[in-house]
Design a protein around this ligand. Structure first.
Ligand code: S3P
Length: 178
């Protein structure tokens, strides 16, 4: 079973995904790291050197690398779910789970982590808040196509990890019963 974690930058896909994968004995992958490895450069370097479109092409390609028969948790970049083709690619290989956070909570988290994220690295607080609100509104219709959304405001990583585990157990039960 391939589980793609989707959601805005800074919502915890990588940290929680790694933890759940370890607990369940699943493989863990991070699409940003896979693109970095393929390009031999960091995400900010790829944006600066090749442009966002080139990054998006590589991101779409790595989303398709997963074997549906494997047991893998994939943390995707915040923009990876924002195309119909990428959603189709993920749904044809596995399930998507959306980590839903409010714009206020994302702002708190991204204020600290903005510097290695090229889309927001140079923004002041007001621009960052505006970017989060407007971009989240545009992306929400894509993220919401996930099979399950977890409301992550004010909950622990452990709580989110438990939800993913329950979901995977339910899926296994459903598949075994067929
Ligand atoms: C992006 C999110 C980043 C990374 C790139 C673009 C976005 O991933 O893919 O900087 O467009 O939201 P994280 O969500 O892991 O920060």
């Amino acid at each position: 079973m391939v589980i793609y974690l989707v959601g805005f930058m800074g919502c915890g896909k990588s940290s929680v995904g790694r933890r759940v994968a370890k607990r369940l004995g699943f493989e863990f992958a991070d699409t940003d790291s896979m693109v970095e490895e393929a390009a031999g450069a960091s995400v900010p370097e790829i944006f600066a050197r090749d442009g966002e479109e080139a990054f998006r092409r590589m991101e779409s390609e790595v989303l398709c690398r997963f074997d549906p028969a494997s047991n893998t948790i994939v943390a995707t970049g915040g923009g990876a779910a924002c195309s119909d083709a990428n959603i189709e690619a993920m749904k044809s290989r596995g399930r998507m789970i959306y980590f839903r956070l409010s714009a206020d909570r994302l702002f708190e988290r991204l204020q600290r982590g903005r510097h290695h994220r090229p889309k927001i690295a140079d923004m002041d607080d007001a621009s960052l808040m505006e970017y989060i609100s407007s971009t989240l509104a545009m992306r929400e219709p894509f993220y919401s196509q996930a099979s399950m959304a977890i409301d992550c405001d004010g909950v622990s990583d452990e709580y989110i990890a438990d939800h993913i585990r329950y979901y995977i157990e339910a899926m296994r039960y459903e598949t075994a019963g067929r």
